[in-house]
Design a protein around this ligand. Structure first.
Ligand code: ADP
Ligand code: MG
Length: 261
């Protein structure tokens, strides 16, 4: 990836702590990360290592306990939920392992939802419909627009979810185990689709357990116990020195993660 592409994601010493006292869990222990426009990045790591926590913060679904998150240059780490929701609607498309489609809505209606949730520049109904149909067409599902989720295969449901993620033309697509519930054929379809979106210049960050899925990306971040322990690009692995514990300080003592090609 080009060094001169704009930075879409930058985190500084990002921490997330759940609970308190004996029940306290340090889900993220100080993550420093830079992702540039147009990158296709995989986040890997054992179960419970903090992958979803990180992705949810990057998606503005949750806030860090400490540290900063610059999304498109704006520090959103102190934003209140309402403002996070606004910025999410404008800049982020999210895809989940279990698709998260609304079962009582058709494929088309599911894809229309983010357009209606967008408070500013609301489209007239017919324009919104055409826009949603175009998104469904881009994932090869024009002929399933009026089907309900339970009338679609898992792979088709995930393609609807991707169309929904795309419909507001987000700067960033985030996917948490997008192929986790799919057979290998459907997984490959979803991967092909994500790669096509990447080729169109989209920025995509996906969490996966599957090394084969990760192999289709150009950069692999490895997380363990809330620490970013490696950042691998083009087959070369760069090990990260241990990041700081929660009690110790600043981001500046942890090296920036970046590319070196
Ligand atoms: P991963 O996605 O890598 O499996 P998660 O980010 O879901 O990991 O979880 C990281 C850690 O934070 C785990 O120990 C998990 O149990 C804990 N955790 C996640 N969400 C919550 C929550 N809402 N409340 C308390 N602990 C949580
Ligand atoms: Mg997870």
């Amino acid at each position: 990836m080009m060094e001169n592409e704009p930075i879409i994601i930058r985190t500084e010493n990002l921490k997330k702590v759940y609970g308190s006292g004996e029940a306290q869990v340090i889900a993220l222990a100080g993550i420093n990360l830079t992702i540039r426009q147009g990158e296709l990045v995989a986040i890997m790591g054992p179960s419970g290592s903090g992958k979803s926590t990180l992705l949810n913060i990057l998606a503005c679904l949750d806030r860090p306990s400490e540290g900063s998150y610059y999304l498109d240059g704006i520090d959103v780490s102190q934003y209140q939920r309402r403002d996070l929701a606004l910025i999410r609607g404008r800049k982020i498309g999210m895809v989940f392992q279990s698709y998260n489609l609304l079962p009582r809505l058709t494929a088309l209606e599911n894809v229309l939802l983010p357009i209606f949730y967008r408070r500013e520049q609301r489209l007239p109904a017919e324009a919104a419909r055409q826009h949603a149909l175009a998104a469904l067409e881009s994932v090869g599902l024009s002929d399933r627009a009026h089907h309900y989720p339970n009338q679609l295969s898992g792979g088709q449901q995930q393609r609807v979810a991707i169309a929904r993620a795309l419909v507001n033309d987000p700067a960033l697509i985030l996917a948490d185990e997008p192929t986790g519930n799919l057979d290998s054929h459907s997984s490959q379809e979803i991967l092909d689709l994500l790669q096509r979106l990447h080729a169109q210049g989209r920025t995509i960050v996906l969490v996966t357990h599957d090394p084969e899925v990760a192999a289709h990306t150009e950069r692999i971040l490895l997380i363990r116990d809330g620490h970013l322990i490696s950042d691998q690009s083009n087959g070369r692995t760069r090990s990260m020195p241990p990041s700081n514990s929660l009690s110790s300080s600043p981001a500046s003592t942890t090296p920036e993660v970046h590319h070196d090609h």
